[in-house]
Design a protein around this ligand. Structure first.
Ligand code: AKG
Length: 238
């Protein structure tokens, strides 16, 4: 993701998460399984997201990612060698869809130089303040990043660790960005954003993928997500 929840990076689930970059894998909301792995709620309401290679292996999401509209937009934005690094289907389930705490995508998808990551976030249902739309801090993309998530040394209790600080952002700085079904939000890799718990009765499905401008850019080998021989980052342009 460009966001990673605490229970994804704990020992036990770590391999499943760390090796999901070139696969289609399912991730649950927190607290939906008992200690024996039985569902505490209906199974279909328990999935938090599916990732991270829908753009490569699912025909529908591959088509959307590489659609002529998306490619045209990439060209208009001046992207010369955009590659798709990851994709996710996010469910934000009614009642339990967990909050995504304030973060910058470049924390998880670090490049040198910065400024090379762009998120495409497509609302598959209306996203409102009630069901957990995205919120942003205007102007925050101009101030660099405050922390990085890097692969942890072996022997550590988690598969990744954070370097740098996680500032306590003032809630008043965020503005909500409700959007109708079918709308697209472009997310700068360094803008601070979040989404809140979905305590409403409506789900808030979204499909999102991240693109890196690969020209004159180096992808950090310390990122959790790495291109693999099976799936090198594919070009956005086909
Ligand atoms: O869809 C959400 O609620 C959060 C998405 C997000 O923050 C991201 O993909 O970076």
């Amino acid at each position: 993701m460009a966001f990673v929840s605490q229970h994804q990076i704990q020992k036990g689930s770590s391999d499943y998460f760390l090796t999901s970059g070139d696969k289609i894998r399912f991730f649950f909301e927190k607290g939906v399984l008992d200690e024996r792995g039985n569902f505490l709620i209906p199974k279909e309401k328990s999935v938090s997201k599916i990732g991270h290679a829908l753009h490569a292996y699912d025909p529908v999401f591959k088509q959307v990612t590489h659609s002529s509209k998306v490619q045209e937009l990439g060209r208009k934005l001046g992207l010369e060698r955009p590659v798709v690094v990851q994709s996710m289907y996010i469910f934000k389930q009614p009642g339990i869809g967990g909050e995504v705490t304030p973060h910058q995508d470049a924390t998880f998808l670090y490049t040198e130089p910065l400024g090379r990551i762009l998120g495409f976030w497509i609302a598959l249902e209306d996203a409102t303040q009630e069901n957990g739309c995205l919120w942003f801090i205007p102007g925050s993309h101009t101030r660099g990043i405050t922390r990085r998530m890097v692969r942890a040394a072996s022997g550590s209790s988690t598969c990744v660790e954070f370097v740098g600080s996680d500032p306590a952002y003032d809630d008043n700085q965020f503005i909500p960005l409700p959007i109708s079904k079918g709308g697209l939000i472009l997310i700068h890799g360094e803008v601070v954003h979040k989404s809140e718990l979905n305590s409403s009765e409506s789900s808030r499905h979204a499909f999102t993928f991240h693109v890196m401008e690969a020209k004159d850019t180096s992808w950090s080998k310390e990122n959790w997500l790495q291109p693999t021989p099976e799936l090198p980052f594919p070009s956005l342009y086909t």
